[in-house]
Design a protein around this ligand. Structure first.
Ligand code: BGC
Length: 519
């Protein structure tokens, strides 16, 4: 080989080495970035961990806050709002159906309006021969601009929807009682009136806060020429409890896990210290906990939760809700994936869409977690079509599934802890200590059957969430106690229950003996 040939050979070898070195370096750096993504995942998983011991701390904190919220207004972030509902429909089994709760002359057709989440519903409920014999529900999405517009626009929309529903259904031949489910925190003055404390779930109509919600609707109904008035103003949890109790007398609480989350339960009036002297016919009252606003240092909060909170209109409020409900879960996952995209190359160059807040809805999060195909084809489709991330390799798709799983598990476990908190407050957690009223009625071996009515898109539409919640409840309560607790899904309970409560509380009903005592 001549000198030139030797030079070329050496040159080629040098280039080859350089290329090889560059490849090795690139692979090493890709591995390092992948390791970074995995480290972020681990960190997130640890931050969200909900081992039984931690869940029990959350349960205890919930009970403490319940007491504090019942002791004084402002005593806790848990508002523990009075509902003035002291009688619930009781329809379990034909002979007893509604005879206790409704006078027979109140059989008939009742309407309700259900406003408060993603959807808006108008319902017609026919009560006759001792049962709900018919119900019709019409649902539509609430136009986004209405959730941020003016009080008048929102209530005109609601009143007009009722008007056209009534015209189609019954002409003017209508009972004058209307149930109004309004699923936001309301300070009630009576069962048919109350003022909005603040908005949640992305609603923000400034001029509405502090106003009487039922009055706003009554005014709008009058503007439409409708001779119908709100007879029962209820939270969605209260409506759900009413329907749950109607089907199953052992129902003592109701939980909503949908766009937002909340719970209500039946409390003894003597335990509602902040309203001493409060008299009810039954000695009990449904309390709307507004548990979405529950807070405790035991909650597993991560930096992503803080970022999420900063993005919302109700910063520093609804902390529990922001870890649990459908409005937020997709966004928490999006924040984690976005950080991974920034600090590693797991999503390649096409990860810009991940910087858009709320682009990953909880519906997608659920679909990702539920994809059980071997190659995670649904995950690929969602990444490609909705997040504009094409060609994510299988290991990246698995990472995405894991993130969605962590978010789901934490949410479900915390909801279970909330339910266990209510059971503990009522002395129905098998601990043998009745912290409400100190009656000590529930002791081991004498477990009373307890039913909790439950509703909401996240719980009803996401089987993995339900499984995690059920598992966590068993972990917290133990198998024996958990067996005595039935979580019962109601359908449209928030609206149907409101119609039943409108019937129970309709003004022409005078028979006090007609109430169903609830404690
Ligand atoms: C509201 C509650 C409601 C819950 C479920 C929360 O954001 O504050 O009043 O019950 O959502 O809809």
């Amino acid at each position: 080989m001549g000198r030139v040939g030797l030079g070329v050979a050496v040159g080629c070898a040098a280039v080859t080495c350089a290329i090889a070195a560059a490849l090795v370096a690139r692979r090493a750096s890709a591995r390092a970035r992948w390791r970074r993504a995995v480290a972020l995942l681990r960190e997130f998983e640890e931050g969200c961990a909900t081992p039984p011991a931690r869940l029990r701390q959350v349960v205890d904190a919930m009970v403490v806050e319940m007491h504090a919220g019942l002791a004084s207004d402002g005593g806790s972030k848990l508002k523990m709002l009075l509902t003035f509902v002291d009688a619930l429909p009781n329809g379990y089994g034909p002979p007893r159906f509604l005879t206790a709760a409704l006078a027979w002359n109140e059989e008939g057709i009742y309407y309700s309006i259900d406003l408060g989440g993603t959807n808006f519903r108008v319902l017609r409920v026919e009560v006759g021969s001792g049962s709900v014999i018919n119900q019709k529900v019409e649902q539509q999405l609430i136009p986004e601009e209405l959730a941020k517009g003016t009080t008048e626009d929102l209530f005109n929309f609601v009143a007009l929807a009722l008007k056209s529903f009534l015209e189609r259904e019954d002409g003017q031949d209508v009972k004058k009682a209307l149930g109004f489910t309004f699923s936001f925190p309301v300070r009630q003055n009576s069962v048919s009136s109350g003022s909005l404390i603040r908005w949640t779930k992305g609603f923000s109509i400034g001029d509405m806060v502090g106003k009487d919600v039922a009055q706003c609707l009554n005014d709008a109904l009058a503007r439409c020429g409708l001779d119908v008035r709100v007879t029962a103003l209820v939270n969605d949890t209260t409506g759900t409890l009413a329907l749950g109790h109607y089907y199953d007398e052992d129902t003592v609480a109701a939980v909503i896990i949908g766009s937002g989350t909340n719970a209500c339960y039946i409390e003894r009036t003597d335990a509602i210290i902040k309203c001493q002297g409060l008299l009810t016919n039954s000695g009990g009252m449904v309390v709307n906990m507004e548990w979405g606003n529950f807070w405790s240092s035991h909650l597993p909060r991560t930096p992503y939760d803080i970022s999420l909170d900063d993005e919302t209109q109700n910063r520093n409020d609804q902390g529990f809700e922001k870890m649990i409900s459908g409005m937020y879960l997709g966004e928490i996952a999006r924040l984690v994936l976005h950080r991974m995209a920034q600090e590693s190359d797991v999503f390649g160059d096409a990860s810009d869409s991940l910087s858009n807040p709320f682009i990953l809805s909880t519906l997608f999060l659920a679909a990702i977690r539920e994809d059980d195909s071997p190659d995670l084809s649904e995950v690929r489709r969602i990444l490609q079509e909705h997040l504009k991330i094409p060609d994510a390799p299988l290991k990246t798709r698995r990472l995405v599934v894991k993130v969605c799983d962590i978010v789901t598990r934490r949410a479900a476990c915390l909801a279970a802890a909330g339910i266990a908190g209510i059971l503990k407050k009522l002395g129905r957690d098998g601990s043998g200590v009745a912290s409400s009223g100190g009656s000590g009625r529930a002791t081991r071996g004498q477990l009373r059957r307890t039913a909790v009515a439950i509703e909401g898109g996240l719980y009803q539409g996401y089987p993995v969430f339900r499984e995690y919640l059920d598992e966590a409840l068993v972990e917290i309560l133990g198998e024996e106690v958990a067996r005595s607790v039935t979580l019962r899904v109601t359908e449209d309970g928030s609206g149907v229950g409101a119609a039943l409560l409108a019937a129970v509380h309709s003004s022409n009903r005078q028979q006090q003996g007609g109430r169903s005592h609830i404690v």
